[in-house]
Design a binder for this molecule. Sequence first.
Ligand code: GLC
Length: 423
Amino acid sequence: MFRAILFIFILLLPHICLAAETRLRFVTWRADHPELWDRAIADFESQNPGIKVVREVGPHSSTEFHDLVTQKLKNNDPEMDVFFMDVIWPAEFAAAGWALPLDRYFPPAQQAKFLHAPIVANIYQGRIYGVPVFLDAGMLYYRKDLLEKYGLSPPRNWLELVRQAKYILSREKEPGLVGFSGQFKQYEGLVCNMMEYILSNGGSIWDEKKLKSTLHLPSAKEAVRFVRDRIIGEISHRGSLAYQEPESLALFTQGKAIFHRNWPYAWEMSNDPKKSKIASRVGVVPLPEFPGGKSAATLGGWQLGISSFSRKPELAWKFVAFMTGAEMQKRIAVFAGRAPTRKDLFRDPDVLRKNPQFQSQFETFIRAVPRPPTPVYAPLSNIMQRYFSSAIAVPNSDIDELARLASRDMNRVLDLLRERIAP
Ligand code: GLC
């Protein structure tokens, strides 16, 4: 009899253990430094006995990851507790009732410890929906050794960048070397890249007050034409039309690109001799501008949000607080070269020893320009992605007509927003 009971107990043991363990589901993307996130989760679990963080790893691309997370939210999926949010999502998630307002956990006194722009990006109609983990801003990376070899200083404007690239290419005569690598695939990263050209030519993507697209205006079209004719047409190869961040960075770290546009993490990746052939031969400066314009970096970055459908919001908050705390942000900065969102960390000796470039980049972080926050960002971005992609992919694309159509379509979406806001 005793044996039979023991046998049944052994059979049921895994189930008994599972019941005793509380699971928290965290939806995240494929990370550049998986070991960093593995360790963070292991530390959280060991500090919180009985808690198991179950990770669901989604695609790297912001656009594809958005599809995954919103699909779960549209289904009111109670399984997902915590998720990463791109800086452009909080307004959409808040308006849809998908993200939990975090004000009672994350009051203004705590928010004040963070940089202003990422906090603003998480606020919708006076409430806060996410806690920033790291900040992104577009930068220009370059081959210090090649520029020095030809007595050139890093370019201040886009025309100079093209001239320098062509000059170096003509002298180096190295097959496979390109002048520039950026992110020109049809996805969110394309919007980030194109916005930097447009803004640095005095243009904008839409007028936030009038809620009208501005892509058909000359300053915006000129910038798009420049990318098509000079960046893609003269100093990149056509393969870059299929590149997101990882592919464009790989080209640079293999020593096959002179200039490279990317986010702050590219510094760590390109200077790590285990991952890069050009370690210690890399420079970084703010992105160039057009004559008469001003350098502009797109503000990016990722936040943690809690699903409104989570059945464990208190525990979810504990996890978010841990992952966005000073200790964790410091680790992310030191091991992965990601820019922190907590102000104090920009004065932290360990962070600065590993990332001396943060000091000169701080100005760029502070001035980075957000993509206009709105609950309808996703459909607007979709129109822009299609427009930019078809405008730059073909040498003789009809940019005037494509821009007119993109503005028309964007205005239809913006009209809906205007009706929603109208009293
Ligand atoms: C980075 C940025 C994010 C942006 C994305 C585009 O992940 O942090 O804001 O939307 O790149 O690829």
